[in-house]
Design a protein around this ligand. Structure first.
Ligand code: CA
Ligand code: CU
Length: 363
């Protein structure tokens, strides 16, 4: 009954509503121009890194009410759009690759979280049989499924880790140049420390991703495929049944397979999700915005909280992955947010590092 009434009203006032919406879009965009710092790079770029000048920008995304962008697994956590300032920094031009991670493991003997057997203390709610070393792996479903339960395509796989991203039968032979995946937050942190770098804050990641642009839908502009060109590794076809790979890659792609953004950064959208340093809270932007003014070098909230899973400690993920698609999770849209439990690796989650000028000087 409610729905019928709504429809009648909707038809009667559709013209008026449309006109208002168009008006609002033109005159009340929450985005103001990006004001990049004019200072040039402090010296020669560390190998494989690009200089991100920093500056003032509008952070967040307006995704609610746009149909497919309203994802079943998200809230309006990328709103409100708010003004942020970040200092300049160096950023890895690509996600950390298997070859780079291998170098770190050889040098340090580091054992990733996915390679260690989890304990009851860490995962009090996990069934006993799941307390074996492994990680979370995506598997396509054999038929169309409703998209409200992600356990239909995600499962914990014994023996899955960065050397065996899909489980013990899989490997990374010939994939030196692919982003390393199955990386938990402490793994990413350990790598960064070894490399004399650190993980980006969410604000640094977004400033870098926007490449000096403001309020664009994607890191390259407003058109998903400008001139018919694929700009990021995402999912085509029926999700989660079959990745048609029309962009050239069904699944993960080597780094640098798609064009870089204006700051010469690759894979800032799609391919693999990337860890940020910030704890995740859906209301963090609300908190910053309510303080007014410009948030300077925001570091995220003091503690994590995800109402959907209140007992999990989550940090922010950014960028979306090769699984992202407009039917389910279009978070290759710049400014949108992801999140993940800190000890959980998946086969579409990696990371990249940043370095502050002072870190460069110290080395
Ligand atoms: Ca693809
Ligand atoms: Cu996604």
């Amino acid at each position: 009954m409610k729905r019928i009434v709504f429809t009648l009203i909707a038809v009667a006032s559709l013209g008026v509503v449309l006109a208002q919406l168009l008006d609002a879009q033109e005159s009340h965009s929450p985005f103001a121009p990006t004001l990049s710092n004019k200072t040039s790079a402090p010296g020669k770029a560390p190998e494989g890194m690009a200089w991100i000048p920093g500056g003032e920008f509008s952070m967040g995304a307006v995704v609610s009410g746009k149909g497919s962008h309203e994802m079943p697994m998200t809230s309006n956590d990328s709103q409100p759009v708010h003004r942020v300032y970040v200092d300049g920094f160096w950023m890895d031009a690509t996600p950390v690759t298997n070859a780079q991670f291998e170098k770190f493991v050889r040098a340090t003997g580091y054992v990733t979280i996915a390679e260690r057997s989890p304990t009851k203390e860490e995962f009090p709610t996990a069934p006993e049989e799941n307390l074996v070393a492994g990680a979370v792996v995506f598997a396509p479903t054999d038929r169309e499924v409703s998209l409200n339960d992600h356990y239909q395509w995600w499962s914990y796989v014994k023996g899955a880790n960065w050397r065996h991203p899909l489980g013990s039968q899989s490997d990374i032979k010939g994939k030196d140049n692919y982003p390393v995946v199955q990386i938990a937050y402490p793994d990413a942190e350990a790598y960064a420390k070894w490399a004399g770098k650190h993980l980006p804050t969410e604000a640094e990641f977004e400033f870098a991703a926007r490449g000096g642009l403001s309020g664009k839908t994607y890191v390259w502009g407003d058109e998903f495929r400008p001139g018919g060109k694929w700009m990021a590794n995402t999912w085509q076809g029926e999700f989660p049944v079959k990745d048609a790979g029309e962009d050239g890659y069904a699944g993960i792609a080597p780094v640098r397979s798609f064009p870089p953004n204006a700051y010469r950064l690759y894979d800032m959208a799609g391919n693999v999700w990337e860890w940020c340093n910030d704890w995740y809270r859906p209301d963090y932007y609300e908190t910053l915005a309510s303080k007014g003014g410009i948030a300077r070098n925001p570091q995220g909230p003091d503690s994590p909280f995800d109402p959907a899973e209140p007992n999990e400690k989550k940090r922010v993920h950014r960028g979306g992955s090769f699984l992202c698609n407009e039917q389910y999770c279009s978070r290759y849209i710049v400014g949108t947010r992801g999140k993940g439990e800190i000890n959980t690796g998946t086969n579409h989650l990696g990371f990249r590092c940043v370095k502050s000028p002072s870190q460069t000087a110290a080395k």
